[in-house]
Design a protein around this ligand. Structure first.
Ligand SMILES: C[S@@+](CC[C@H](N)C(=O)[O-])C[C@H]1O[C@@H](n2cnc3c(N)ncnc32)[C@H](O)[C@@H]1O
Length: 219
């Protein structure tokens, strides 16, 4: 996972944060071994805090991979909570189930293979927190699809605003009006402009991990 923070701040976060629970440590190692792009422990911990601040009981993920971000969310959900994981790849979700079933929780986890956008349509809202971490070209469409099913005060977190498939300098230049250097950069810049100008949301950009946009539904 690429990071946008410099090594001094990374070292601080490592020293300040407690060690993740053992299953999360295993999942971090698994992601590293498989070279699988996950949000990483700093964003994972942040997602958990977001879920607690939103008093979340229902969380939906667009793009769950092998369940790493989901595992962080799960720790914040009450026993009657619900977490919907989506991925094109059934094997990823089987791996997710093998990890998440070891966590001490009574919340329900749904493992949905297929297109996350179609899966979202099949569920009734409201959701309290939604993570957007699938194809960058679909971020704006996901926001438009989910807005009606987000609880008042609900939160949308979108990953890869600054790194991963994009470079922070390239996104900055695109936001300043330059031609985007590639499709990923164009998609991320489009999402940033779309969500920051949306009167229904208040958005902050947080440079943890690969950079997340955190948007709270205010209307
Ligand atoms: C960056 S990974 C997700 C990582 C995960 N959020 C985490 O941090 O643990 C993106 C995943 O989204 C999946 N994906 C991409 N587009 C998708 C779509 N339209 N529907 C479902 N899954 C999708 C990919 O298969 C991949 O596993």
């Amino acid at each position: 996972m690429s990071q946008v923070l410099d090594s001094t701040v990374e070292a601080f976060l490592q020293a300040a944060n407690p060690a993740p629970p053992p299953v999360l440590e295993e999942m971090t190692d698994y992601g590293r071994d498989q070279n699988f792009p996950v949000v990483g422990p700093d964003v994972g911990r942040f997602l958990r805090v977001v879920a607690r601040l939103a008093d979340a009981s229902r969380v939906f993920e667009f793009g769950s991979g092998f369940g790493y971000s989901g595992a962080w969310f799960l720790g914040a959900l009450p026993d009657d909570g619900e977490l919907v994981l989506t991925d094109y790849d059934e094997e990823n979700l089987e791996t997710a189930e093998s990890f998440l079933s070891r966590l001490d929780t009574d919340a329900t986890v749904h493992y949905e293979t297929g297109d996350a956008m179609a899966t979202f349509e099949a569920y009734d809202g409201p959701f309290d927190v939604v993570l957007v971490d699938h194809e960058k070209s679909k971020y704006v469409d996901a926001l438009e699809d989910l807005r009606g099913d987000l609880a008042p005060g609900g939160v949308v977190v979108a990953d890869n605003m600054m790194a991963g498939p994009v470079e922070p300098e390239a996104v900055t230049e695109a936001l300043r009006g330059a031609d985007p250097v590639d499709d990923h950069t164009a998609s991320v810049a489009r999402y940033i402009e779309h969500v920051r100008d949306d009167p229904e949301f208040e958005t902050a950009f947080v440079p943890l991990g690969e950079g997340v946009a955190v948007s709270v539904k205010t209307q």
